[in-house]
Design a protein. Structure first.
Lengths: 134, 160
């Protein structure tokens, strides 16, 4: 089952989802390499919705940095039973591809695992906007 | 007496250019805290890696200077901020960068004009408690920071 009528009306955004790549430990040393993102998307989503919240930046040593709390994290909604809604999880990266959207091409990073609302048929993730991972 | 601090910053920037030429931009901490770093990277105004120089309040101390001189203790910290995509082991990459800077600061061939680097007191921080890495990890950004701290003195002779 895909989008319900309400979702077909409101899920007007599209995006690409990038899963983090965690390499296996080295067989001899046990060392692992850092998380990376493939240049190719893991999933392409043609219907979803971004709910943006207030941006609050605070001065940090790297420069003004986005404050992260429940009021400043943006939300993405996906249909619950589609691959995107089932697979997306913490540390995934989202690139917006909505044609004509002012933030097309921008990136978000998932903060915490997805929460699925089966009754309403959507999966929700909280995200924070940031620079491209590659 | 002349203002000694421009020459101090010239020496610091000379070291940055010599050891980390790939870091096209270096900022004073008081500058960068007014700039949204991620927006600047998104717009291409900053191309990582970049450097932030932090020096806490300068305190005069004549312990290593002749009587009558005005000499300041400088606890200089150089922060190097790089994208995690730079390598598969960003920690090791940053450690190498920090060590290269220490080697430059300690080399007998390095001649600063305004600062004298103390031979002890070097600190390398490539840990999760580094202020920049902390803020990056809290915001889940794919960037990491490392810092090298060292002590230097800079001053001037007594007025004639």
């Amino acid at each position: 089952m895909s989008l319900r009528q309400r979702q077909r009306i409101f899920y007007t955004d599209s995006c690409e989802l990038y899963a983090p790549v965690n390499a296996n430990p080295d067989g001899t040393t046990g060392a692992v390499v850092d998380v990376t993102y493939s240049s190719s998307p893991t999933l392409i989503v043609t219907a979803c919705r971004l709910f943006e919240t207030t941006e609050v930046d605070v001065p940090m040593m790297a420069g003004r940095t986005k404050e992260v709390n429940i009021f400043t994290l943006d939300k993405w909604h996906f249909a619950a039973d589609e691959p995107a809604g089932i697979q997306i999880a913490d540390v995934w990266a989202i690139k917006m591809t909505t044609v004509g959207h002012p933030e097309v091409g921008k990136w978000w990073y998932v903060d915490g695992n997805a929460v699925m609302k089966r009754l309403m048929n959507y999966t929700e993730v909280y995200t924070k906007r940031g620079p491209a991972p590659f | 007496m002349a203002n000694i601090f421009p020459a101090v910053w010239t020496d610091i920037r000379t070291a940055l250019r010599a050891v980390w030429p790939e870091a096209a931009a270096n900022y004073r901490a008081i500058q960068v805290r007014r700039l949204n770093w991620s927006n600047l990277i998104e717009s291409g105004k900053i191309v990582p890696p970049y450097v932030v120089v932090h020096i806490p309040p300068y305190v005069s101390n004549t312990e290593f200077a002749p009587i009558g001189t005005l000499v300041f203790d400088l606890d200089i910290r150089l922060f190097y901020i790089a994208a995690n995509s730079t390598s598969t082991d960003i920690g090791a990459t940053l450690e190498a960068k920090m060590k290269a800077m220490i080697d430059y600061l300690r080399a007998s061939t390095t001649a600063f004009t305004a600062i004298q680097v103390m031979e002890d007191g070097f600190e390398i921080d490539v840990s999760e408690t580094n202020e920049i890495t902390q803020s990056m990890q809290e915001a889940n950004m794919p960037y990491t920071g490392a810092s090298i701290g060292f002590k230097a003195i800079a001053g001037e002779m007594p007025p004639a």
